[in-house]
Design a binder for this molecule. Structure first.
Ligand SMILES: [Zn+2]
Length: 144
């Protein structure tokens, strides 16, 4: 997977496996939308994509666009061997606008380059991290 210009991403990260259950999510991310599954029966949102609802067991679901904003729940910094040990981060982002248990997305905060530039509670918004043909991973950037 290429490292798009200006985004703090590890150099050699492989592209995700695209499957029928996640392709719509990656296509939405490429358009700047954070779309996750929502249970048709009980309304619970969930991520990552899964066939069944954790809350009611329902198997019917639809894609649901969220606001795309969220809060850093946790994070860590990792040295990237492909970039001479330059640090990148992996963050767990608690996203806004969901029903049910918190929806937490594992992603990079791509505009944070140094330790101290992210804290727990940092507000962030989704930004596409392109890969493949008109697909993107949901990444995040910091809000004030
Ligand atoms: Zn449900």
């Amino acid at each position: 997977m290429n490292n798009p210009e200006g985004l703090n991403r590890p150099e050699a990260m492989p592209a995700p496996v695209v499957a029928p259950i996640n392709e719509v999510m990656f296509a939405a991310a490429a358009e700047g939308r954070l779309s996750v599954q929502r249970c048709v029966r009980c309304g619970a949102h969930r991520y990552p994509p899964a066939e069944g609802c954790y809350r009611c067991g329902g198997l019917d679901w639809a894609w649901s666009d969220l606001p795309g904003t969220g809060t850093v729940y946790s994070y860590t910094w990792i040295p990237d061997r492909g970039r001479d040990g330059r640090l990148y981060n992996v963050a767990v982002v608690d996203v806004d606008g969901t029903e049910g248990d918190p929806v937490r997305v594992l992603a990079n905060v791509v505009d944070a380059w140094c330790q101290g530039e992210i804290v727990v509670g940092q507000r962030v918004e989704m930004i596409p991290v392109p890969f493949g043909d008109r697909l993107a991973l949901p990444g995040f950037r910091r809000l004030q």
